[in-house]
Design a binder for this molecule. Structure first.
Ligand SMILES: NC(=O)c1ccc[n+]([C@@H]2O[C@H](COP(=O)([O-])OP(=O)(O)OC[C@H]3O[C@@H](n4cnc5c(N)ncnc54)[C@H](OP(=O)(O)O)[C@@H]3O)[C@@H](O)[C@H]2O)c1
Length: 330
């Protein structure tokens, strides 16, 4: 099969379209004939050698795909060959075929084409897990999300507004701020010109937010804790702003704050299946009807993976970037 291969980790040019053996079908898994795959920030780190795949996962980049079931293992009864699906992958999306545990697969709603579906599942499950399950967002509660124009940010706005919550987003440009408001964000701060802690406080009548979904880390720790309401939860999912900071324990103690670290990729197949089931129970009807859908910024052919990575690195995108793996299916 064709796939994006990396001989030696490095800059964007280390990714080359090549031929490799398709992955073997294992018990409990399905083989997906990929039509498109999503590009995620984590792919940039893995390409550079900083984010190795979990043990047993494909070394090929790619954490999500959309396509058709090619075959299912004998013990899988939930999917049949030919069905349109999307899947959360521990790796292996930038390829013509992926093999994944059946519990990480969802039917692709009729309302979504393959390219849109390919950009959906990684951010939907990440936001669901971290804002609703670990963050415990109360009904009508407020989330502060950094990188409002990212895949994660746009999905947070979509999902939280659908659930009746409120969203404060931070972004690096006025154009992204406008787009976030258009998507439904209740307040947006351009972190280059505004004090986002103040914006979060104002948006909540001085109370602070219930959950912070943070992909920045070190440089934002102090502000994140100040932006939280009493009993608030900071859920850390990325370290774009550094891995070290001083934790003011007094604030944690006196305001009963929680700091939670979380990754989706390293969880076991059964843990991922449980997240998928819980997501379906809460948002499945909205997703199936196309009321929840990712914002797709641009679709590149698979061979142009280097261009897609350059776009993410420059942060000129709004929403998701997707790679089209094959052209014989729309
Ligand atoms: N732990 C998990 O399970 C998990 C799962 C999925 C994603 N993540 C993490 O979530 C984050 C977002 O992922 P993604 O794929 O949605 O990313 P993405 O689309 O590439 O977007 C990242 C955004 O972050 C903003 N940004 C970058 N550096 C920044 C900084 N130093 N300060 C403030 N904003 C900054 C940029 O927007 P501006 O132009 O506005 O600066 C950029 O658009 C990444 O850190 C990723 O690793 C974690």
């Amino acid at each position: 099969m064709k796939a994006i291969l990396i001989e030696k980790p490095g800059d964007e040019s280390c990714m080359k379209l090549g031929e490799t053996a398709p992955p073997a079908l294992t018990p409990g898994s399905v083989r997906i004939r990929n039509v498109a795959c999503g590009v995620n920030r984590a792919d940039l780190l893995q390409r550079q050698g900083f984010y190795p795949p979990p043990a047993g996962a494909s070394p090929i980049l790619g954490l999500e795909c959309a396509g058709r079931i090619a075959e299912a293992a004998a013990d899988v009864t939930s999917f049949r060959a030919g069905e349109r699906v999307i899947a959360l992958l521990p790796g292996g999306g930038y390829a013509e075929e992926s093999v994944v545990d059946a519990g990480s697969v969802l039917r692709l709603p009729d309302a979504l084409d393959f390219e849109t579906g390919a950009g959906a599942i990684e951010t939907l499950l990440t936001v669901f897990l971290n804002v609703f399950q670990l963050g415990g967002l109360p009904s009508g509660g407020t989330v502060l999300v950094h990188g409002g124009g990212s895949g994660i940010g746009t999905t947070t706005i979509d999902l939280v507004k659908r659930a009746g919550g409120r969203v404060v987003a931070t972004v690096g440009s006025d154009e992204k701020a406008r787009r976030c408001r258009e998507l439904g964000a209740d307040a947006v701060a351009n972190y280059r010109s505004e004090d986002w802690v103040e914006v979060a406080k104002q948006a909540t009548g001085g109370r602070g937010v219930d959950v912070v979904l943070d992909s920045i880390g070190g440089s934002y720790l102090d502000g994140n804790l100040r932006a939280l309401a009493e009993d608030g939860r900071l859920v850390l999912i990325g370290l774009m702003g550094g891995a070290k900071a001083e934790l003011p324990l007094g604030a944690l103690l006196s305001r009963r704050l929680s700091v939670i670290g979380s990754t989706l990729r390293t969880r076991s197949p059964s843990a991922k299946a449980a997240i998928v089931t819980a997501f379906q129970a809460r948002f499945g009807a909205d997703f199936a009807a196309g009321r929840i859908r990712p914002v797709i910024h641009r679709v590149f052919p698979l061979a142009e993976a280097p261009e897609a990575h350059r776009m993410l690195k420059a942060s000129t995108h709004f929403g998701k970037v997707v790679l089209r793996v094959r052209d014989d299916e729309r």
